[in-house]
Design a protein around this ligand. Structure first.
Ligand SMILES: [Zn+2]
Length: 97
């Protein structure tokens, strides 16, 4: 039994539910506006300090995911650069854990 938590969507701040996965490293959100998406903890923290334009863009990307895919938002470490937010559509089967 997974713990479903009510919490505001990190993308659009609407009411949403999150389910922790991957030993707490990621969360799977179900939002009434953005549909569903996966976000890592580090990315969630970074989003809070990101420009709202970036969040709007990610919200649109989450909604436009192909039926068998889900948007994953994560951070990417690049040599000699600050951490960056990145996102990609991942196969839906991978986010069920
Ligand atoms: Zn949302």
């Amino acid at each position: 039994m997974k713990a479903i938590e009510n919490q505001p969507c990190p993308l659009c701040e609407s009411d949403a539910q999150s389910v922790p996965g991957d030993h707490g490293y990621r969360k799977h959100f179900s939002c009434s506006v953005c549909a569903d998406f996966v976000i890592t903890r580090a990315a969630e923290r970074m989003l809070r300090s990101s420009a709202s334009g970036r969040r709007t863009q990610l919200s649109q990307r989450a909604r436009c995911a192909p039926a068998d895919r889900v948007l994953e938002i994560r951070t990417e470490l690049q040599p000699d650069q600050p951490k960056m937010l990145s996102d990609a559509y991942i196969p839906r089967a991978r986010c069920s854990t």
